[in-house]
Design a protein around this ligand. Structure first.
Ligand code: PA5
Length: 427
């Protein structure tokens, strides 16, 4: 469910005439996207995942591991955030803890390794390229920690990677159970593939439901923004960015969607930040950030779109009745009722100042709901990219940084590393 009423005639904002014109452009972009999907072109192929991913294949590849106590996913960017979003959203479905090692902060890694039952943990290593320094370094560190703890890491390691690269070589050498990253699916669009679903499957999460939710959203893709919430969101965000809304604050009202905001930020920034264009994603969390960032959103520069996301249903906790003076209004309501009131208060407070905001709702944060939401945001990103005319599925700036870091560590001759020596200093 998408409500764009609060972007009409706001500042910045769009008019109903703009929406009509956008609708014509969406129809053209939709044709291009359909062409790409049919030909399974790089990137566009990701929008087919709800019908091409094989969840039985994922489950049977993971059979040797049974039900572990914990899953430690080692991967970064698109090789971690999709899985983290699904695990976080559906944590109530499982007792198997999911941990993610993406960064290479030694103190954090040491603390995590100390806290894990390594003999009962499945190490889930994910890298599309199979060459990413952070992921391989973390893998080597965890492997050594397992060996030191007397654990046979080859019995507890699962790999998802491409057909080539260091990680594929390692999986072949040790005959590790593994899955392939599908062709044509860029890292940040891989949440609904082997990359994003293996962790949930190891946890016993309903990954089939996630795919079904995504499929229901895929079936809505059409040449009119009225039929497709994903396209409508992407098109409206694009039109607002053109009018100066250069920041998009993604603000879910559910702790279980905190990772979703992080995943969205990667998808949006890495796909659309090209050629001087794009919209900077900001991460916020309702109601917590009503007590901090909302001040800026309502009264700061008129350069923002605020996206408010919530489930329509959630399990609630009653707030106890009280005779404490002034607090009786809370008694009898639920914490969820309070959170909903906060949501509506934020929406109204922005609208009252003509600040553009969009409401996105799912029925619940369940498997279906998170699948719908993630697919809709992927479709939105692709639509925005088509309208802006950028190459949504490449990430040259990210690759630049990867090469520079490798070059600095002596991992090859990369001209990007030389640029580090030319850094401008003024101290
Ligand atoms: O979206 C992307 O392409 C990136 O964020 C990658 O997912 C990230 O850099 C990790 O790459 P890899 O999966 O090759 O290790």
């Amino acid at each position: 469910y998408l409500d764009i009423g609060n972007v009409l005639n706001t500042s910045p904002g769009i008019t109903e005439q703009t929406l009509d014109r956008l609708d014509d452009r969406v129809a053209i972009a939709h044709d291009r996207i359909e062409e790409g999907r049919e030909a399974e072109e790089h990137g566009y192929a990701a929008l087919n995942l709800p019908q091409t991913v094989d969840t039985d294949e994922i489950r049977s590849a993971l059979e040797p591991f049974g039900t572990p106590e914990a899953v430690l996913t080692v991967g970064i960017g698109g090789s971690a955030l999709g899985a983290a979003t699904i695990s976080d959203a559906l944590a109530d479905q499982t007792d198997v803890e999911a941990h993610f090692l993406d960064n290479v902060d030694p103190e954090d890694t040491a603390a995590l390794l100390d806290s894990l039952p390594l003999d009962e943990t499945v190490l889930n290593v994910v890298s599309r390229s199979g060459t990413t320094a952070e992921t391989l370094a973390n893998f080597l560190v965890v492997r050594e920690a397992m060996e030191d703890a007397g654990v046979d890491w080859t019995e507890q390691t699962f790999v998802t990677t491409g057909d080539e690269g260091n990680l594929r070589n390692l999986a072949d050498k040790h005959d590790l159970p593994s899955l392939r990253v599908p062709d044509g699916v860029p890292g940040r669009f891989s949440a609904l593939s082997t990359v994003g679903l293996a962790c949930g499957a190891l946890q016993g999460i309903d990954i089939e439901g996630v795919v079904e939710g995504a499929r229901s959203e895929m079936d809505k893709l059409s040449g009119s923004l009225e039929d497709s919430p994903g396209y409508a969101y992407g098109a409206v965000a694009y039109a607002l960015a053109e009018r100066g809304a250069l920041t998009n604050a993604m603000m879910p009202y559910a702790e279980s969607l905190e990772y979703f905001a992080e995943w969205f930020a990667q998808l949006w920034a890495e796909s659309l930040g090209k050629e001087g264009l794009g919209q900077t994603p900001a991460r916020a969390l309702g109601a917590t950030d009503q007590h901090s960032q909302l001040q800026l959103y309502r009264a700061g520069p008129r350069d923002k779109l605020v996206t408010l996301v919530r489930p329509r249903e959630r399990e609630d906790i009653d707030i106890p009745e009280t005779d404490l003076e002034g607090l009786s209004y809370l008694g009898g309501a639920g914490l969820g009722d309070l959170l909903d009131a906060e949501f509506e208060a934020t929406e109204a407070s922005l609208a009252a100042e003509d600040r553009p905001n969009i409401r996105i709702e799912v029925d619940a944060v369940d498997a279906h709901g998170i699948g719908e939401l993630m697919y809709a945001m992927e479709a939105a990103t692709v639509m925005y990219g088509e309208l802006a005319g950028v190459s949504t599925f490449t990430q040259p700036a990210v690759e630049w940084g990867k090469k520079a870091a490798r070059g600095l560590l002596g991992g090859g001759e990369f001209e990007e590393a030389d640029a580090v020596a030319d850094k401008r200093e003024f101290t």
